[in-house]
Design a protein around this ligand. Structure first.
Ligand code: SF4
Length: 390
C-alpha cells in the first residue's frame, strides 16, 4: 500500500500531491496533508482534514506540508494529531521526507495533464498570503517542462494545461529572462502532435507579445483566457496593489476577440474587498458583462492576518456573501447565454472518464455512453441540460 496524500487547494497543489505520492511510493505508514491557506476557510478545512486523517489512521505518521504549513506553522504544529511539518519549498525533495531519491515520478495517466511551470510569487497584492506560503517566483527550465510534456504525451494525455502561482512571471528568474510566449512556442514546436495546449490563470497585463500572437493565431492553443482579474473597479484594483486597471483587461479581450471570436473568457474575482462601496460592486458586476466572463471563480473576501488589506475597514460577512452570490449569478447568466450560442455549432470535445468532455473554450458536454476517455471527438450540440451541452 502506498502513502496516503490528501490534497487541498489549487491545481498546483494537486499536481504536487501527485509527485509526492510517486516519490513516497510504498511508505504505507505515512499520511500527508498537502494544505492550503489562501483563505481562513481553507485553513479551517486543512485542520478538519488533519483530524479526519488521524481518525482514519490512528497509528500512522502524519505530516503536513503546503501553504498552511508555512503560514499557520505554530497552530498546526501544536495540533496533537500532527507528527511533523515539511516546508512547502522542500516538499518535492526526497531528503525532506527521508526517503531514498527515486527516478522522477512517472506521470500518471490523465486525459488532461497539469504541468506546474512556475512556483512562488514576487508580487505583494494586499489581500494575499501566497508569497508567504510559497516564497519567491521560480521557473522550471524549458527542457524540464518539455520533459514533463513528453512523459504525459507518452502516457496518452491529449491536452496539457500549464499552471503555476503567477504563470506570466515564468522565465523572469532564468538566464536571458525569456517570456512565457517563448515556452509556449517551444512546446508547440517540439510536440507537433499535441492537439491541445491550455493556459491556467494569467495576469493579463503581463501577457507578452509572442504569447498574444499565439493566442490570436495558434489553433492548438485553446481559445480560453482565464484572467487573474480580481476586481472591476480601478480604485479597488489600486487598493489591492494589482498591476492592471479595468481598461487594460477590456482592451486585451477586445484585441484578442478581434482575432479569435470563439475566445472564452474566465476570471478570478473577489467580492466584498475592504472599502468596497455599492458603486465599486456595480463595476465588479458590469465587468462580467463587458468581458463576457463565462468561467468565473468568485471568492468572498476573507481577511488574512499579516496582510495590508486586513487592516483596512472591513465589510460585514453577510454583505460580502450577498455580493459574492450576485457575482456568481451574473457569471451564471453570461454562461447560459454563451452555451446557447454553441448549440448547433460543430465542436471538438476531449472526453473525460466521467462521461463528459470539454470543448476548446472549456464548455462541458455530456457525451454518448462508451466514448473513450482521452479521445477527441467532433460533435454538434443540440441542446443544453443542467449546464451541459448535449
Ligand atoms: S500575484 Fe498577487 S494574488 Fe497572485 S499569488 Fe502573487 S501576491 Fe498573490
Amino acid at each position: 500500500m502506498s502513502a496516503e496524500v490528501i490534497s487541498l487547494g489549487c491545481r498546483l497543489n494537486l499536481s504536487e500531491s501527485e509527485d509526492i505520492r510517486a516519490m513516497l511510493g510504498g511508505s504505507s505508514d505515512l499520511v500527508v496533508v498537502n494544505s492550503c491557506a489562501v483563505t481562513l476557510e481553507a485553513v479551517r478545512q486543512t485542520r478538519q482534514a488533519i483530524r479526519k486523517a488521524r481518525r482514519a489512521h490512528p497509528d500512522a505518521r502524519l505530516l503536513v506540508t503546503g501553504c498552511a504549513a508555512e503560514i499557520e506553522r505554530d497552530q498546526l504544529a501544536a495540533m496533537p494529531e500532527v507528527d511533523g511539518l515539511i516546508a512547502n519549498s522542500a516538499k518535492l525533495d526526497p531528503r525532506a521526507w527521508n526517503v531514498p531519491a527515486r527516478p522522477a515520478p512517472v506521470a500518471s495517466l490523465h486525459t488532461r495533464a497539469f504541468i506546474a511551470v512556475q512556483n512562488g510569487c514576487d508580487h505583494a497584492c494586499t489581500f494575499c498570503v501566497i508569497p508567504q506560503g510559497r516564497g519567491p517566483s521560480r521557473s522550471l527550465t524549458v527542457d524540464r517542462v518539455c520533459g514533463e510534456v513528453a512523459q504525459h504525451c507518452e502516457r496518452g494525455a491529449a491536452e496539457v494545461v500549464l499552471t503555476g502561482v503567477d504563470v506570466t512571471s515564468w522565465g523572469q528568474d532564468l538566464p536571458g529572462r525569456p517570456a512565457l510566449g517563448i515556452l509556449v512556442q517551444e512546446i508547440l514546436d517540439r510536440f507537433p502532435t499535441l492537439q491541445r495546449l491550455r493556459m491556467s490563470s494569467l495576469d493579463g497585463i503581463e501577457i507578452d507579445p509572442l504569447l498574444f500572437e499565439l493566442f490570436a493565431s495558434e489553433r492548438r492553443l485553446m481559445p480560453h483566457l482565464h484572467l487573474s482579474l480580481q476586481h472591476g473597479h480601478d480604485l479597488i484594483l489600486k487598493r489591492m496593489k494589482r498591476r492592471h486597471l479595468r481598461g487594460d483587461a477590456v482592451a486585451l479581450v477586445e484585441r484578442l476577440r478581434a482575432h479569435r471570436p470563439d475566445l472564452a473568457v474566465g476570471a478570478d474575482l473577489i467580492a466584498g474587498f475592504p472599502t468596497e462601496s455599492e458603486e465599486h460592486h456595480a463595476a465588479n458586476l458590469s465587468i462580467i458583462r463587458e468581458l463576457g466572463i463565462v468561467h468565473g471563480h468568485v471568492f468572498p473576501y476573507s481577511p488574512r492576518p499579516g496582510t495590508p488589506a486586513a487592516l483596512m475597514p472591513q465589510l460585514s460577512r453577510p454583505l460580502i456573501k450577498q455580493r459574492a452570490a450576485e457575482l456568481r449569478d451574473a457569471v451564471a447568466k453570461a454562461r447560459g447565454a454563451w452555451l446557447a450560442t454553441l448549440v448547433g455549432k460543430p465542436a471538438s470535445v476531449l472526453a473525460e472518464r466521467d462521461g463528459t468532455g470539454y470543448t476548446p473554450g472549456f464548455a462541458r458536454v455530456a457525451l454518448p455512453a462508451g466514448t473513450r476517455a482521452g479521445s477527441i471527438i467532433d460533435i454538434i450540440p443540440t441542446s443544453i441540460k443542467d449546464g451541459l451541452l448535449t
